[in-house]
Design a protein around this ligand. Sequence first.
Ligand code: PHE
Length: 341
Amino acid sequence: MNERLENIRQEIIEGAKELSNSKSAYEFRKKFTDSKTGKIGLLMKEMKNIRPEERAGFGKGVNELKEWALDYFAKVEEKIKKAELEKRYESEKIDVTEPSTEIKKGNLHPITQMRNQLIDVFAGMGFEIYEGSEVENDYYNFTALNTPKDHPARDMQDTFYLSPEYLLRTQTSAGQIHVMENKKPPIKILSPGKVFRSDDDATHSPMFTQMEGLVVDEKITLCDLKGMLDVFVKKIYGEGTTTRLRPSYFPFTEPSVEVDCSCFECGGKGCRLCKQTGWIEILGAGIVNKKVLENCGIDSEKYSGLAFGIGIERTAMLKYGINNIKLLFESDLRVLSQIDD
Ligand code: PHE
């Protein structure tokens, strides 16, 4: 009888040598230890056939074998699991010291960056955004802005007409009229968007982007305009930057001004950027012409307004030192990726 037990023991020892993974180890263990079908389990069932005087010895032997087997399997399985884990660690190993491949990060287009910065500056002063449409009719782009047909000021902007009545807007000022027709003062809007003029050289493009500002309320004066533009130039070009207003002409503002900022390159001493003048022209602005307010049904005795029109490309070109507007439209990543504010 002992021999049978010993054979099973040998069978386990020999069989265990062949085991290569935890699944086969599990199955191998079941072959012996399963209480119903396992070889050791079946020995227990034979008890009743054993002669009574041998039964105790047999039972003890089987129990010892069982205990030894459980212990042995546990050790074998632990060894196999450990080997498997090591193999997995090895295959999933990451060398954290290896140099990584460079991931190229995109950035917003300089015009979009500039637009966002301008919106940030003026939103901080309480302006809301209004986006008008790029196709306008003659009334909104010109007539309502005190520029009736045959007005000489129409020549200031070479217009793309789509029909005698419709055109590609030449200025975001067209949006002023829509806003004032639909909203009562107080009004404080910022209107960014594309505008179109038949104009093409190093600093002009047939399509460019403007940002219109319009404030209408009681007692709005040029001082309010200057105050707001001072904040704008300081935020965009640096704390030391100041503004000055020069008389100018636009049909829809009276008085009209051309706004210069002190040269942020040389601090006003005179350099190539400011053409030795210490000042850089940045935008057109003025006090909204009473006729324009009245065209929109706003009482010009009670209310006054200020308006300004910023060229976004020009603002960006000055800020980032770009000397040809085409560089902003050519999508050359060598240029565009350098500008990431
Ligand atoms: N619309 C003018 C232009 O495009 C700029 C401007 C806007 C001037 C608002 C005065 C007031 O040249």
